[in-house]
Structure formats: structure tokens, C-alpha cells
Ligand binder design. Structure first.
Ligand code: HSE
Length: 309
């Protein structure tokens, strides 16, 4: 096998109470990538469509992630990568993660899968490090594993695949302003009150429990972020109006998707998710900002191979 074409999906990181540790994968939007074995050593980004991003390997998230994998394998050949961006950079729905994870998934596939999907995560994180200055795994993990994932940080991190309740849907709105993750991280407080930490870890544990037990009400009560959202929400035009609209439409809860500006709401059932999507679109309509919306089932597969030859 010489070439693979794949779809690498968008994702929602943090999920309110799980800053840098929780994420889930979306279905309807993502990047397409073509990855091809070549004899010239290294990673060669030969085409990027849909976004103005660097072709230079060491400045491109797919390039650095792919290089990390080749170095670990001591591989003497190379790969060409074409990227057809469906996800806008700085949108908050895992643009860099889709390209980083897609690159290592495709290369690993063409090498005969020396690594499991979980083992690919550290390579994909190299792309996240380049994009944001922090090697977090909360977007790349759900893209590589599908569904919801939880990262236990540490010297030897654990990435845990969590269940996705069958009726859980996401409504997402992307206000078309670019918010760089590095900028969105720079507004965060470095110290937090114990009282806030207690609320946050209770919420995170409750959310994880709600996913296992399909307790939608508990999921809704847990979708509260008392640490990061208060600092970041000012960067998102109409944020409070978007949350209000989603909640009034019947969403279980809502929050900032990743580092923003996208806002997500989790909902029980497709009908409510569609209502929440429309309600958020109507609310943002008041702000004269262009936007895209997505209504998505939780994508439990993650990256999908479209064709190979
Ligand atoms: N956890 C990251 C953040 C996700 O919120 O900064 C964005 O890449």
C-alpha cells in the first residue's frame, strides 16, 4: 500500500469542566488528507487547500507530528502529505489536532501499523505543542480513539476511552473570528482557589460518571466550568447570549469548545440538538458576526479511511 486518503474529524476539548483532560469527537466536519509513501526521506507537505498554513515541515503541525513518528521508527524513507482543511485554524474545534492526528494515523497505517491508536497520541501531541505552546492531548485523543476521552496527566499519562451515551448530541456554533489557542491560554489564571478546584473536580467526576451511567441530567448538572470559562468568555462575542439560547432550547449544558471561539452544547436527542443549534444561530445573528453551525452525534469512530491504493 502506497497511499491513503482519510477524514480526520473536528473535536471539542475541555467539555466545560475538563480543561486540558477531556474531549470528544464530532462527525460532520474535519480535514481530508492524502498521505503517500515516497523514497525521498522526511515529511513533505505538498499541498494545503482551504487555509493559508505553512508548507514547511517544521512549521506545520502535520509535519512535526509525522517527523516525530518517523524518527521513533528510524524510518529512512519519506511521506508526502496533502491537506484539505475543512476546519478553520483558531476555531476552537481542533483544527491543529485533526491535521496532527491525521498525519500520524495515515503514516502509521502505511507502515503496517507498528503503533496502536493510543500509542500515536504522543506523536500527534507534538503538533499541538507547535500550535499552542502546550503539548495537551484533549483534542488529539478523541480524534485518534473516537468518542469521549479522558487524559490523566503525569510522567506516564493515561488516556482513557469513555463511553458515549447513545442519545447524546452536540450543537456547535463557530463565530468566524480567529482566536489563537496561545492567546486564549495567556488569559488564564495560574493559581486557583481550593473552593473552585473542589467544584471543578466534582463536576468532572460527575460528568464521567454520567457518561458511564447514561445519566443525562447528571451530565447537564456537571457541565459547569468555574475555572477557565470566567476568564475566557470575554473573548467570545455574545457568549452569554449563546449559552442562554442553548439552555432555553433544552440543552443539557453548554460551554466554550476548546479554547474558543466556538461554543458547544450537549443535548439529549437530535431534535433538541437541532433546536439548540438554531437558537444559538439566532442569538449570534444579533451580533453581525458570520458563523457556521454543526449539529453532531458523538463520533465514536474518530479518523476514517476513505480510500487506499
Ligand atoms: N485544552 C486546550 C485549551 C484545547 O483549552 O487551551 C485547545 O487546544
Amino acid at each position: 500500500m502506497q497511499e491513503v486518503r482519510l477524514f480526520s474529524p473536528a473535536s471539542v476539548a475541555n467539555v466545560s469542566c475538563g480543561f486540558d483532560v477531556l474531549g470528544f469527537c464530532l462527525e460532520p466536519i474535519g480535514d481530508e488528507m492524502v498521505i503517500r509513501k515516497v523514497s525521498k526521506p522526511g515529511i513533505h507537505i505538498t499541498k494545503i487547500e482551504g487555509q493559508n498554513l505553512p508548507l514547511e515541515t517544521k512549521k506545520n503541525v502535520a509535519g512535526v507530528a509525522g517527523l516525530a513518528l518517523l524518527e521513533a521508527q528510524n524510518y529512512s524513507g519519506g511521506f508526502e502529505i496533502e491537506i484539505y482543511k475543512g476546519i478553520k485554524a483558531g476555531s476552537g474545534i481542533g483544527s491543529s489536532a485533526a491535521s496532527s492526528a491525521g498525519a500520524v494515523f495515515g503514516i502509521n497505517h502505511l507502515l503496517g501499523s507498528p503503533y496502536s491508536a493510543k500509542e500515536l497520541i504522543p506523536f500527534a501531541m507534538k503538533g499541538e505543542e507547535l500550535a499552542s505552546g502546550a503539548a495537551h492531548a484533549d483534542n488529539v485523543s478523541p480524534v485518534l480513539l473516537g468518542g469521549f476521552t479522558l487524559v490523566r496527566c503525569g510522567k506516564k499519562p493515561d488516556v482513557i476511552a469513555l463511553p458515549s451515551p447513545s442519545e447524546l448530541y452536540a450543537a456547535v456554533i463557530h463565530p468566524k473570528i480567529e482566536l489563537k489557542t496561545s492567546d486564549s491560554r495567556s488569559v488564564l489564571k495560574q493559581k486557583i482557589l481550593l473552593e473552585k478546584a473542589i467544584q471543578q473536580w466534582g463536576n468532572l467526576a460527575a460528568l464521567v460518571s454520567g457518561l458511564y451511567t447514561e445519566d443525562y441530567d447528571l451530565i447537564g448538572r456537571a457541565l459547569i466550568d468555574v475555572i477557565v470559562e470566567p476568564s475566557r468568555s470575554a473573548l467570545i462575542p455574545g457568549f452569554n447570549a449563546l449559552k442562554k439560547a442553548a439552555n432555553e432550547a433544552g440543552a443539557l449544558g453548554s460551554g466554550i469548545s476548546g479554547s474558543g471561539p466556538s461554543v458547544f452544547a450537549l443535548c439529549k436527542g437530535k431534535d433538541i440538538a437541532e433546536k439548540a443549534t438554531h437558537a444559538m444561530a439566532k442569538a449570534l445573528g444579533e451580533y453581525a458576526i458570520e458563523f457556521d453551525t454543526y449539529c453532531s452525534k458523538i463520533n465514536t469512530q474518530g479518523i476514517k479511511i476513505l480510500s487506499e491504493k
